[in-house]
Design a protein around this ligand. Structure first.
Ligand code: AMP
Ligand code: MG
Length: 490
């Protein structure tokens, strides 16, 4: 490693506390070789926040770090072990099959962040997989996670996507890529399941202590720290999933290994934003039963949290019956927290002031959503058109409904509450990563043109700021785009 790169990376990257605290759950490993690294996307604002010089990161030495070919001396990348319920079925040994935790950084705000690679080659957890990732899916994660971040929704972030120069075989040969991902941690519900399944209660306790220290330090001072940890994760996930629902985000693969302890959205696979409002929307090609359909997400989140609770029971009380009672009571707070977060979010989307009572807002929202579903209205653009209605121009919104009398009656009730159009525009995005535009950008990048990708990234980086140049990014897919499907594990 030359002097500049050594200076640039040793100052920022350290060994992970995870590997130090939980050696049983970390396997030291190195990335596969990337024959010809080529930068496809780099997140300059995030690099700055991490104290990394983006120019250096884009240099050959920086790219070697971003594909894991070279890490600072003394830093040992690890593959993390975890288990998980996938579509309801338990797999005891998942883990990072194609990913590595490179190490940890401290960002400009003094917060500890993981630097993680995805698509960096087979690890001891790879099972039948090739350990690789194609350009398209890694860029999808980049685009969608950046959109979520810009929308103010907790998420892991993408620092860069580097094409490796190697081929990845899916149905056909595709260019391979590595995503460099930054997260407040990679602790998952599945991490706790792994520790609990080992039968080593001390390991579960160390993992819980590690999670508390990292994410919920106040829990350490609680009367029952492990219960406080559980309560904090319940609250974080309830708030997170409410945010997903409010923007029409469908994660697509809410397995317990894809649910964080931090409350950040993680593992963007077959995810997508809903266009026409329909609670039953599913995009993932492998989700035949609709387990992870839009409307099921809060229910699944609570189910996943029940699996988390099970891992903590012996730490909550030695009396198992008592532990279960306590955990069930805590889990019950999910619905209350979720309803509160969703209700206040929907109030904001409708521009309704705080002095209007909750029941009025909820009934107004429920009626509206039923009408949006009936008329298959584009969920995102509708709320901007509704703000226009608040300003006096109701025609664009009215034109979307088949039952015009029904919508007019709704409009009268809503207008009586004096909605604030400017406040609505501050919370209702104009730009989300629409499926047809994501596909267009990924296809172009796969065949060597990153132009559409960068244009899309520009649109979604300022989601609330309407810009005439970006008109096509604000409109739903044309009819000939057809039913959309996303693919997992690609
Ligand atoms: P996911 O549902 O995509 O988050 O992945 C579930 C599990 O499969 C994780 O343990 C991944 O590390 C593993 N996995 C997914 N794709 C691959 C691959 N191409 N090679 C090896 N492991 C993989
Ligand atoms: Mg995953």
């Amino acid at each position: 490693m030359d002097e500049v790169s050594a200076a640039q990376s040793t100052t920022v990257l350290r060994d992970s506390q995870f590997a130090r605290d939980l050696p049983e759950m970390a396997v030291a490993w190195r990335a596969a070789e990337a024959p010809e690294p080529r930068l496809l996307a780099i997140n300059e604002p995030l690099a700055a926040q991490l104290g990394i010089d983006a120019t250096w990161l884009a240099s050959p030495a920086g790219l070697r770090l971003l594909v894991g070919a070279e890490v600072p001396e003394g830093v040992t990348p690890v593959a993390q072990a975890y288990s998980g319920h996938q579509f309801g079925g338990y797999t005891p040994r998942l883990g990072d099959g194609r990913a590595l935790l490179l190490g940890e950084l401290t960002d400009a705000d003094g917060r500890r962040r993981d630097l993680h690679l995805k698509g960096s080659g087979r690890t001891p957890f790879a099972r039948g997989g090739d350990g690789l990732a194609a350009v398209g899916p890694m860029l999808r994660e980049y685009v969608v996670s950046e959109s979520m971040h810009a929308l103010g929704i907790p998420t892991t972030r993408a620092l860069a996507v580097v094409a490796t120069g190697a081929e990845v075989w899916r149905e056909t040969a595709l260019p391979g890529a590595v995503l460099a991902r930054v997260a407040s941690s990679h602790l998952r519900v599945g991490s706790f399941q792994y520790a609990a399944a080992s039968g080593d209660l001390d390991l579960v306790r160390r993992l819980a202590d590690h999670a508390i220290a990292r994410h919920y330090p106040a829990a350490a001072d609680a009367e029952q720290p492990y219960l406080a940890l559980f309560d904090a994760v319940v609250a974080a996930q309830a708030a997170l999933v409410a945010r997903w629902m409010l923007v029409g985000f469908i994660h697509g693969v809410m397995n317990t290994d894809n649910m964080t302890i931090s409350g950040e959205t993680i593992d963007y696979g077959p995810c997508a934003f809903m266009e026409a409002y329909d609670p039953a929307t599913v995009y993932s090609s492998i989700d035949h039963a609709g387990r992870y359909a839009y409307a099921n997400q809060p229910i699944v989140a609570q189910w996943n949290l029940a699996r988390f609770a099970e891992t903590l029971l012996p730490l909550i009380s030695e009396d198992q019956q008592r532990a279960v009672e306590i955990a069930v009571a805590s889990l019950g707070k999910f619905t209350v927290a979720y309803d509160a977060a969703w209700g206040s979010g929907m109030r904001a989307k409708l521009g309704v002031a705080a002095d209007v009572d909750d029941a009025t807002v909820t009934s107004l929202a429920d009626d509206l959503l039923a009408q949006l579903a009936q008329s298959r209205v584009d969920y995102t653009s509708f709320f901007r058109q509704l703000a226009a209605a608040a300003r006096g121009d109701a025609e664009p919104a009215r034109g979307l409904f088949v039952d015009l009398a029904g919508f007019d009656a709704w409009l009268t009730r809503w207008r009586a509450l004096h909605p604030d159009a400017d406040a609505m525009d501050r919370v209702n995005p104009v730009y989300i990563p629409r499926n047809h535009l994501v596909e267009e950008a990924l296809a172009a990048a796969t065949s060597g043109d990153v132009g559409p990708l960068h244009r899309l990234l520009e649109a979604i980086a300022s989601p609330f700021d309407e810009r005439p140049d970006f008109d096509r990014y604000a409109t739903p897919a044309p009819d000939d785009f057809g039913p959309y499907q996303t693919f997992c594990g690609t």
